[in-house]
Ligand binder design. Structure first.
Ligand code: F6P
Length: 323
């Protein structure tokens, strides 16, 4: 392969830049040119390409966001959009593509490769949600849980000072990984996630006393996709039953998507970027490059898309025992 492309798609995640840098430098070392595709599949459709050489990716390993920008493309969901993207890639002489993103990104890549098999894609898991099957982590997750943890620590101070119950909403439309890990790390009393049923009355009982010991302040972490709703909704339901409780709500929101990636994030993202290029250059296609324990995993897109990363029930139990 003499020329490959790289792009970021879906929600941006800290560490994406470290991955882009690794893709470029590994490819260049293998005498392969790299083109950056701007704004994910949207830029692919429009031919919004940028040549990337070694200096172009200098000094970005520590930056959050993505120098290639990101988007969620509606047009790429259509055959017409994908054909336009194919024509642009052919015109540019692209022989392989590294796609950094999540489930939607790999779904697009899978459909594209079925229609246009002569341009292989490999994927790198990039999403703060950590919800992808076949990898111990996704790029962005480690930074996001640390960001959430630091914010929740601060909320804990004021919750204690006023004997209040705080409902803190963290990201995770379909997955509770950020909620669970940041909840454990902050010693929060409750963690409400989409993967496990939330019972409002049981929640209230637990907030009042845990193992007979009266609680004065509490933190409830709510994943935005919890079955009882986001933090405001859950707080309203609690208030209806217990108007006497002093309750406040904080939504951490997109602060979790930004910031300088952690050390672990940079190292992992760099390794996945390097392995993604090696995979393309050795003829692999249609796989997500992940990591399980210390080993690189090659997960077919069909599996990465159709299976889900599961919550470890031991961690959920830990919340109950250690709160
Ligand atoms: O996929 C990552 C994520 O941050 C989710 O946790 C969240 O639900 C979603 O993206 C938000 O997306 P947007 O920034 O498009 O509103």
């Amino acid at each position: 392969m003499k020329k490959i492309a790289v792009f970021t798609s879906g929600g941006d995640a800290p560490g994406m830049n470290a991955c882009i840098r690794a893709v470029v430098r590994t490819a260049v070392q293998n005498k392969c040119q790299v083109v950056g595709i701007m704004r994910g599949y949207e830029g692919m459709i429009e031919g919004d390409f940028m040549p990337l050489s070694r200096p172009d990716v200098s000094n970005i390993i520590q930056q959050g966001g993505t120098i290639l920008y990101s988007a969620r493309s509606e047009r790429f969901r259509t055959k017409k959009g994908r054909k336009a993207a194919y024509d642009q890639l052919k015109k540019e002489g692209i022989e392989g593509v590294v796609a950094i993103g999540g489930n939607g990104t790999f779904t697009g890549a899978q459909v594209f490769m079925e229609e246009f098999p002569d341009i292989p894609f490999v994927g790198v898991p990039g999403t703060i949600d950590n919800d992808l099957y076949g990898t111990d982590f996704t790029i962005g997750y480690d930074t996001a849980i640390n960001t959430a943890m630091q914010a929740i620590d601060k909320i804990k101070d004021t919750a204690n000072a006023h004997n209040r119950i705080f409902f803190v909403e963290v990201m995770g439309r379909d997955a509770g990984f950020i909620a669970l890990l940041s909840g454990i790390a902050t010693g929060s009393e409750e963690v409400l996630i989409p993967e496990s049923k939330t019972e409002i009355e049981e929640l209230i009982a637990n907030l009042e006393s845990i193992d007979g010991e009266k609680k004065t302040s509490s933190i409830v972490i709510v994943a935005e996709g919890d079955d009882e709703g986001g933090a405001f909704t859950v707080a309203d339901k609690v208030k209806k039953l217990r108007p006497d409780l002093s309750i406040r709500v904080t939504v951490l929101g997109h602060v979790q998507r930004g910031g300088s990636p952690t050390c672990m994030e940079r190292v992992r993202a760099s390794r996945l970027g390097l392995e993604a290029v090696n995979a393309l250059l050795t003829g692999m296609r249609g796989v997500m490059i992940g990591q399980i324990h210390k080993d690189i995993s090659y997960i077919p897109f069909s599996r990465a898309i159709n299976f889900k990363q599961v919550i470890n029930p031991v961690l959920l139990d830990m919340v109950k025992i250690l709160r």
